[in-house]
Design a protein around this ligand. Structure first.
Ligand code: URP
Ligand code: ZN
Ligand code: ZN
Length: 489
């Protein structure tokens, strides 16, 4: 089946131009002015619309077992909701329980993801350490197309790793040509602060941000970055929510270190006043880590995105319905904010929220929008130009974007499998009109056309050209030019 998208403005990270796009099978075949449609091709009229690479969300948690429950969104419903919002690929996380084999966990997640309607890949978390973990990391890189390993510096007594594990894993990742990704919060400090806040009698959702101030994020980001600097491995800091962690990234980037920063759409537009909502369920719906911040951090995050300190945008889509947030029998979470499952949704809304508040508000150009919603992620995680591009040979993962279309976000109308929406009532201009995944229409005329199992696992090879330079350079010196080889005696 061929499709020709006619009359639109093709936007890539490099620029924009009026052009048609011819898709043959799963691939983009040609991009140009006045392309002829082959016999039997379907024509999609894109006049007045932007034709862009489908969004890539580098941070999701479909059906994640977490904090005593399981995230309500599964791989089919989640990739379907993603398509309704113009996102055509996710990178989710395999998170082994401590002592669980990485390879066994990876295979379990691959099984869960078989029902995905759009393409997916996996970061794999290192949650403990021994020689079998090092060996599994090698197998994952060499045989399973994994090039990124995740480290949680928070969630003490669950999946948090200490510096010893972090260093072991970073060293192994460097050998393998993989990138280290990090949830940066000082978990020991969070643990202490949680107890202190709780013992002061602050037990509801408003205690959550008090126990995770920006400083704990800044400290951990800086520590992870410095460890990565000494080891000479690239590092990617997930869900930066505040000035403090951005400051660490900005300094390291200025010194030439290969550090990448991710920001969540919700941290750009929602502030910490949500925790003061007298409706417990509504306040708990925003309990995620790192938490929503005071307004001044949002302005800083936008500047970070505009200036290149932050490279990618994500959602950390990790949905829990109100009964899950409340806890099980006896509702323990209702009386102890430490037990509220951490996570929020938004995979369906990321593109529209970023377009409306980014491009619509004059903060981002359309090309910058493409860079931060797909291309930069594809480059960092080594799937460019197969993904995050519209060029001959690229996968035909495309969103036809109606910049004038508008919708009011609501849990009543969204396609996400969760009973709340953190953007409830927000009207956004800029919506996905048609979404294609490898040449297959997933979303059109306001209707989902997804089927379970049409998504494919995407391999991501190690040693990407995009950041391998740091590894070579670090054999000789640190980014600041300090000799790394010991002087000969
Ligand atoms: O609150 C969050 N972010 N939940 C998902 C797990 C994580 O930390 O990314
Ligand atoms: Zn996290
Ligand atoms: Zn996450």
């Amino acid at each position: 089946m061929s499709i020709i998208i006619k009359g639109g403005t093709v936007v890539t990270a490099e620029g924009q131009a009026r052009a048609d796009v011819l898709i043959v099978g799963e691939k983009v075949h040609a991009v140009g002015v006045g392309l002829d449609a082959p016999a039997g091709a379907r024509t999609i009229d894109a006049s007045g619309a932007f034709v862009m690479p489908g969004g890539i969300d580098p941070h999701t948690h479909m059906e994640l077992p977490f904090m005593g429950t399981v995230a309500s969104e599964d791989f089919f419903s989640g990739t379907s909701a993603a398509a309704a919002g113009g996102t055509t690929m996710i990178i989710d996380f395999v998170i082994p329980a401590p002592k669980e084999s990485l390879l066994a966990a990876y295979k379990k997640w691959r099984g869960w993801a078989e029902k995905a309607a759009a393409d997916y890949s996996f970061h794999v978390a290192v949650t403990w350490w021994d020689e079998s973990v090092a060996a599994d990391m090698g197998t994952l890189c060499r045989e399973h197309g994994v090039n990124s390993f995740k480290h949680f510096m928070a969630y003490k007594n669950a999946i948090m790793v200490d510096d010893e594990v972090l260093i072991s894993s970073f060293l192994r990742a460097k050998e393998l040509g993989a990138i280290c990704t990090v949830h940066a919060e000082n978990g020991e400090l969070v643990f202490r602060l949680q107890r202190e806040v709780f013992e002061r009698g602050i037990t509801g959702p408003e205690g959550h941000p008090l126990s995770r101030p920006p400083e704990v994020e800044g400290e951990a980001a800086n520590r992870a970055i410095r460890i990565a600097e000494v080891i000479g491995v690239p590092v990617y800091i997930v869900h930066n929510s505040c000035f403090d962690s951005m400051e660490a990234i900005a300094r390291a980037k200025a010194e030439g270190q290969r550090v990448f920063g991710e920001v969540l759409a919700q941290h750009l537009v929602i502030d910490d006043s949500v925790y003061l909502n007298p409706d417990w369920d509504r306040a708990a719906a925003f309990v995620m880590s790192p938490p929503f911040r005071a307004k001044e951090h949002q302005a800083a995050l936008w500047k970070g995105l505009q200036g290149g300190v932050l490279d990618t945008t994500a959602t950390d889509h990790c949905c829990f319905c109100a009964p899950q947030k409340r806890g099980g029998a006896g509702d323990p979470a209702m009386t102890d904010f430490r037990k509220i499952p951490n996570g929020t949704g938004g995979i369906e809304d990321r593109m529209s929220v970023l377009w409306h508040h980014g491009v619509g508000a004059g903060r981002l150009t359309p090309s910058e929008f493409v860079a931060v919603t797909s291309t930069n992620t594809a480059k960092v995680f080594n799937i460019h130009p197969r993904k995050g591009a519209i060029a001959p040979g690229s996968d035909a993962d495309i969103v036809i974007w109606d910049p004038a279309g508008s919708r009011t976000i609501s849990a009543k109308t969204h396609h996400q499998k969760v009973d709340t929406n953190i953007y409830e009532g927000m009207t956004v201009t800029g919506v996905a009109a048609v979404t294609l995944s490898r040449g297959r229409v997933l979303w059109e005329n306001g209707q989902l056309k997804t089927q379970p199992g049409t998504g494919r696992y995407i391999d991501r090879p190690c040693f990407p050209d995009y950041w391998t330079a740091q590894m070579r350079r670090n054999e000789a010196c640190t980014p600041r030019g300090v000799a790394r080889t010991l002087p000969k005696r």
